[in-house]
Ligand binder design. Structure first.
Ligand code: SAM
Length: 250
């Protein structure tokens, strides 16, 4: 019998396991220059609050080493950079050169480059030594990764014992009645907004679909613990539209 090729999801589309990374790459290549504007429009600026909450919850201290994985245009990197001060270091790592370039230029313009380094890297196989970072964050990135288990294992490997993982991601709304409004907004308005502001409806259609297929709060918690992290818990933000998972490596 012929062996069936391994598949995965790219939004609601079923694609070959090896195809997804390229397709995700094309999405972020296409939206990079409009990414920040679109984030502000789509969430009416609320995403800044989610990100501030995550960085506050990290409790990072001056002098620490932080990995902002899938760091994109650098929102979390900027906040971490302020917290760890000149003796610390934040590495913004992302697979996509276009996103890193936008982020790097933005952080440079803000005069915030002294304690920041950039790395083009795939979360599934991080090019850092074991036990390197006090804190690892991944905001709105895990959803896009093909092999999420491998990425979480890779994060576990490079996290220092005593270190902390933060995964900020879209999740499953828990407020009664929110699902209906959220679905209407997501499927009707978002792709139109994407077309209008970024000239790209399909990337925002992917965004909406990928959010629906991402593991919910409890399933993501189980995946994080399967990778080796312990004591995982989460905060629901904006009624569970987003969740912040926090876990430790001992
Ligand atoms: N963290 C930023 C934020 O919250 O604004 C950017 C999030 S953006 C929605 C997702 C990012 O994940 C993109 O910059 C994309 O290039 C990156 N990404 C996707 N797959 C990745 C992978 N396998 N490894 C590292 N980064 C990845």
């Amino acid at each position: 019998m012929a062996k069936r090729a391994k598949t995965t999801h790219f939004g609601f589309e079923t694609v070959g396991w090896d195809e997804k990374q390229k397709k995700v790459g094309a999405v972020f290549e296409s939206v990079a220059s409009k990414y920040d504007l679109m984030n502000n429009l789509m969430s009416l600026g609320v995403h800044h609050g989610w990100k501030r909450f995550a960085v506050e919850a990290s409790q990072v201290r001056p002098g620490q080493l932080v990995l902002d994985l899938a760091g994109g245009t650098g929102d979390l990197t900027r906040l971490f950079s302020e917290k760890i001060g000149p003796s610390g270091l934040v590495v913004l790592a992302d697979i996509n050169a276009a996103m890193i370039e936008v982020g790097r230029n933005r952080l440079l313009d803000q005069g915030l480059i002294n304690n920041i380094k950039f790395a083009q890297a795939n979360a599934e196989a991080l090019p850092f030594a074991d036990n390197s970072f006090h804190c690892i964050s991944m905001a709105f990135g895990l959803r896009n990764v093909t092999d999420k288990a491998a990425a979480l294992r890779s994060m576990y490997r490079v996290c220092k014992p005593g270190g902390k993982l933060l995964v900020l991601e879209f999740s499953k709304p828990v407020l009664p009645g929110l699902n209906k409004v959220y679905d209407w907004y997501s499927f009707n308005l978002l792709p139109k907004l994407g077309q209008l502001c970024a000239g790209d409806a399909s990337s925002y259609q992917y965004l909406v679909e990928s959010i629906r297929l991402h593991p919910d709060q409890e399933n993501l918690k189980a995946m994080i613990e399967d990778a080796g992290f312990e004591d995982c818990y989460y905060h629901n933000l904006s009624g569970g539209i987003v969740a912040l998972h926090i876990a430790y490596k001992y």
